[in-house]
Ligand binder design. Structure first.
Ligand code: TYM
Length: 376
């Protein structure tokens, strides 16, 4: 019998953050290190998802390889045939299945996705015209209609159909390999639910095409958690720590200078309660720091909360967290520097060769079901 598949992907749209590390990378790497043999691990870079919002395309290819290096530095064993490391765009079945699933996905259900709503609203809230569309004619500035159209197009293009469609590609990523467990942060819950919905919809319509991933609650139980993880921004602890944050001042990037990162922690927003306590609703900043510390030490949140219970000096508490972040980054960056690029590239290419026929087999079943290919 084939092994149960655990699968996750991290986009290559910027340097990765502590949120990506603890939300997606570490749970997968832990499984790969401690349970390889029992499970198949698919860890990939969704390079096609990486430009659903605007990026610098001259950096994309290098950033894709960099993510693979980061997974390796985080401890993903490359010399194990149950572990796959690959790039989404190198296995074309991802794109092909997406198109088919698109045609069974409702415009309304995509419009309700909170990630789409948040990201598109954010883009649309940016100033509409960066520079007035003027051009000099005979020493005078006059309205330039071409320039205006260019600016408008640029503006419209920033909320792309790709951003809208993001969850469908994500569903294809999961369903092609029959993955059962998908370690992701809390922000991806809705996308996982959609994956289950579209899989069920297709199965009801066309017969058993897809294995359905476990429901989110079961996923949490499998990874030993009671809820999804959401590391918050250090300066605005009511919003998610995000790698696409413009200023990055409340974000710990894995490539941050460790001293600089420690300073970011010391500057984290807290509150005026003067009491270290885990209380997300009323003390989001302190609660976030407690959570980060628990993750860095690999212990339960309750234990960390108990250790600091009753402490009143935020500066002392922050110094402990800052030190832990700094030590983590020093250690991680040392590991990253010793990753052998040739080994990483060879693993990527091997996995892409091995998984292409697996993905194509699922795709063919779907193509046959919808009438694109003759039934066997
Ligand atoms: P991406 O690159 O935006 O995020 C990668 C992973 O990091 C998690 N994450 C967080 N977890 C906790 N706290 C945070 N502040 C935080 N920020 C990010 C995300 O939840 C995610 O697990 N859609 C995926 C990429 C993807 C994917 C897939 C994942 C594409 N196809 C198939 C699983 C299966 C994403 O969010 O990427």
């Amino acid at each position: 019998m084939s092994k149960t598949v655990i699968l996750t992907g991290i986009r290559a749209n910027n340097d990765l953050t502590l949120g990506n590390y603890f939300g997606g990378i570490l749970p997968t790497v832990d499984m790969a290190r401690n349970h390889a043999g029992e499970y198949q691990i698919n860890m990939f870079i969704p390079d096609l998802h990486s430009f659903t919002t605007p990026i610098d395309h001259t950096q994309l290819y290098e950033q894709t390889l960099h993510n693979a290096r980061i997974f390796t530095a985080a401890g993903l064993p490359l010399n194990n045939s149950d572990i796959y490391l690959y790039r989404q765009s190198y296995i074309s079945a991802h794109s092909e299945l997406t198109w088919i699933l698109d045609c069974f996905t409702g415009f309304g259900e995509m419009s309700r996705m909170t990630q789409f709503k948040d990201k598109s609203q954010h883009i649309l809230s940016q100033p509409r015209m960066e520079t007035p569309p003027l051009k000099p004619v005979n020493g005078e500035l006059v309205w330039d209609e071409d320039k205006q159209i260019e600016i408008e197009n640029n503006h419209i293009d920033r909320v792309s159909v790709g951003l809208f469609n993001y969850p469908v590609l994500m569903a294809a990523d999961i369903l092609l390999y029959g993955a059962k467990y998908i370690p992701v942060g809390d922000d991806q819950t809705q996308h996982l639910e959609f994956t289950r919905n579209i899989a069920e919809r297709m199965n009801n319509r066309f017969g058993e095409l897809f294995d359905i991933p476990e429901a989110v609650k079961e996923q949490h139980a499998f990874f030993g958690k009671d809820q999804g993880l959401r590391i918050m921004d250090l300066l605005t602890p009511t919003k998610k720590m995000s790698k696409s944050d413009e200023s990055g001042r409340g974000v710990i990037f894995l490539g941050d200078n460790p001293d600089e990162a420690a300073r970011k922690v010391m500057g984290a927003t807290t509150d005026d309660k003067a009491m270290v306590r885990f209380d997300r609703a009323n003390q989001p900043g302190i609660s976030n720091l407690l959570e980060i510390l628990a993750l860095l030490r690999g212990v339960k949140l309750n234990d960390i909360a108990a250790e600091f219970e009753g402490k009143t000096r935020y500066g002392d508490f922050k110094a402990v967290v800052a030190d832990a972040v700094k030590n983590f980054l020093v250690d991680f960056q040392q590991k990253l520097a010793s990753v052998d690029d040739a080994v990483v590239l060879a693993k990527l290419e091997q996995s892409e060769r091995d998984l292409t026929p697996v993905a194509n087999e699922t795709l063919l079943k779907v193509q046959q079901a919808v009438g694109l290919r003759p039934k066997a």
